[in-house]
Design a protein. Sequence first.
Length: 308
Amino acid sequence: FKFNVVKNKATGDERPSGKLSVKENSSCYHNNNDDDLFSGKLVQGKHVFQQNFSIRSYEVGPDSKITIGALTNLLQESAVNHLIRGGVMVEGLGWTPAMCLKNLIWVVYNIHILIDTYPSWSDVVEVETWTCASGRNGMRRDWLGRDYNTRKTLFTAVSVYVMMNKKTRKLSKFIEETRQETKPLFMDYCDPIINDATKLRDLDFDTAHYVIKDLSPKWTDLDVNQHVNHVKYINWILQSAPESILETQKLCSLKLEFRKECGKNSLLHSLSAISKKSDQGFELEHTLRLQNGLTILRGRTVWMPRNY
């Protein structure tokens, strides 16, 4: 880098002037190896999608670890990229050509995430994801997250998606056209990476220990499906969790069931209750309810001491 001092004739001020010379393919400008590392690829007979993610500074919380919301976004990103790389997605969050013709979208029916270790800022996480049918009308997706360098398993997750009509906002059957479109990517069958049949219960104002009332979704809380994204729901249920737990414990299990969608004109309440407490941590139950009493989400979180 070379510069000369240039004097402004009108003001007499001096400033440096010069040109930055960057060699072609310099790592500070562009690195082809980075493209290969983070672009993602199909493996295991094209049924498994593998992609690496570098944890960004804006994805970590006050403990310098990735937040649960940011981690959930990684899951969604890898799922959509799987459909893109597989050549079946043309629009939105995984919409296939047949889904677009029939105004159908994917919505999350449930999700369960188990976190063993939270990655830190600048860590590289390798995410593998695969999918198969779930019953007659669902699509199940599994995830496995590893530390790219140590190969240690960081987290696992499983989720079920169903179809919804974008105009009527009613659930739809899994149409045969999309079943054929996604067949090359679907595994014939595989056991879920997390198998937890524990039922979740609804909380009300009598059974809840902590309540945050009158939460109001904003336009910025909506996603491309025109309803509140499931990551926002996670933030809402944590708002009613005791702050002492948030500060001293780490979230190691999150299980959510979505009962009803939520739009920007909704008004809802976040309810939480401690169901178990021990030296090993806490278990909390959660419910999000609309003002009219209808449940839109029920969930359970498990917490362990940060130094455990």
